[in-house]
Design a protein around this ligand. Structure first.
Ligand code: MN
Ligand code: MN
Length: 314
C-alpha cells in the first residue's frame, strides 16, 4: 500500500478542495493503514456546555493549516506511516449505551485492520469505548497519559448515571482496561465537588500532576517522569483540550482558568517520543463556544504533534 501525502498546498490552496484531516485522502477501509485518523462526533456524555459533537468537522477545517514536517524534531510522519482520514463514526445522538457500542465497533474494525486509531471527539466519554476496543484487540492493560483540567474519575452524576464525560477513566479501571499504576494526569486544576474528590484516583495509584506542580517543575522534568512511568508497555494518550488555558482554547464545555499554554502542551506531547503508543485522541473541542477557530486550530495542531510521536513509536 502506498504512503499517503497531504494535498500539496503549493498546488491547491489550503482553503480549497475537500476538507479532510491534514488534507489526507478520505478512505473508508482501514486495511493497510498504520494510523487511521477519524472523527467521533458525539457529545452525549457532556454534563455542562455541549457542542463537542461539532468538533471533528471544525478540526478538519483548521487542520488544513498543518504542513508536512515537524519543525523541531524534523519528523515527516507521512513518510513513516500510512495515514488517512477514515471519516466520522456515524454515532446516533440519542441512546447513550448504543452510542458507546457503535464507537467501540468502529474502533474495533480499525484495530482488526492493524491500524492505530487517532480520533477527534466528541466529549471525553468517547475515549472509554475506544479503550475498550483497543483492549479487546489484545493491547492491554494500557497505561494512560491524560492531558486534562479534570481527573474524569468520578463515580456517577445526576443520581447514579455512571457514564458521563466525568467518569470514563474510573470505568476503564474497573473494567481492567487501564493499569492505574501506569496512569498520569497532567494539568489538573479547578474547583472540585469535595476535598477528597481525587482520593479514589490516588488510592488506585494514578499519578496526578496538578498544574501548580507542572508550573514548578517544567516540561522536561515532567516528561522524564511520564516516560519512566509508562516504560515500554503499551499506553494510550488522551488530550482533553481543556487542559489548555481557556484564554488560548475557549471553545470547550468545561473551561478552567490557569491552564497549560499551547507551547507547554506541545513540549509535553513531544516529550512522549519513543513511548509504545497504541492510540491517541483529541477531545472536547466545542466549536459553538470557539472564537475565530482558535480552539479547533489548537486541536488540529495537537493532533499533528500526536501523529509525529506516533511516527516515532516502534
Ligand atoms: Mn476530560
Ligand atoms: Mn476536562
Amino acid at each position: 500500500m502506498p504512503f499517503h501525502e497531504p494535498v500539496d498546498a503549493a498546488l491547491v490552496p489550503r482553503f480549497a478542495g475537500h476538507s479532510t484531516f491534514m488534507r489526507l485522502p478520505a478512505l473508508s477501509d482501514p486495511s493497510g493503514l498504520d494510523v487511521a485518523i477519524l472523527g467521533i462526533p458525539w457529545d452525549g456524555g457532556t454534563t455542562n456546555r455541549p457542542g463537542a459533537r461539532h468538533g471533528p468537522r471544525e478540526v478538519r477545517n483548521q487542520s488544513s493549516l498543518m504542513r508536512r514536517v515537524h519543525h523541531v524534531t524534523g519528523i515527516a510522519p507521512y513518510e513513516r506511516l500510512r495515514v488517512a482520514d477514515l471519516g466520522d463514526l456515524a454515532v446516533q445522538p440519542i441512546d447513550l449505551m448504543a452510542a458507546l457500542a457503535q464507537i467501540e465497533s468502529g474502533i474495533a474494525a480499525i484495530c482488526a485492520a492493524g491500524a492505530r486509531p487517532l480520533s477527534v471527539g466528541g466529549d471525553h466519554l468517547t475515549t472509554l469505548p475506544v479503550l475498550r476496543a483497543i483492549h479487546k484487540a489484545g493491547r492491554g492493560p494500557l497505561g494512560l497519559v491524560q492531558f486534562d483540567a479534570h481527573s474524569d474519575t468520578n463515580d456517577s452524576y445526576f443520581g447514579g448515571n455512571r457514564y458521563t464525560h466525568g467518569t470514563p477513566f474510573r470505568r476503564a479501571i474497573e473494567e481492567g482496561i487501564l493499569d492505574p499504576r501506569r496512569m498520569v494526569q497532567i494539568g489538573i486544576r479547578g474547583s472540585i465537588y469535595a476535598a477528597d474528590e481525587h482520593q479514589w484516583a490516588q488510592d488506585q495509584g494514578i499519578r496526578i500532576i496538578y498544574i501548580e506542580e507542572f508550573a514548578r517543575r517544567g516540561a522536561d522534568q515532567i516528561s522524564a517522569e511520564i516516560r519512566m512511568l509508562m516504560g515500554d508497555a503499551p499506553c494510550y494518550v488522551t488530550f482533553d483540550i481543556d487542559s489548555i488555558d481557556p484564554a488560548m482554547a475557549p471553545g470547550t464545555g468545561t473551561p478552567e482558568i490557569g491552564g497549560l499554554t499551547t507551547r507547554e502542551a506541545q513540549a509535553l506531547v513531544r516529550g512522549l517520543s519513543g513511548l509504545n503508543i497504541a492510540g491517541a485522541d483529541v477531545v472536547e473541542v466545542s466549536p459553538p463556544f470557539d472564537i475565530g477557530g482558535i480552539t479547533a486550530l489548537t486541536g488540529a495542531t495537537m493532533l499533528f504533534e500526536l501523529l509525529c510521536v506516533l511516527a516515532e513509536t516502534r
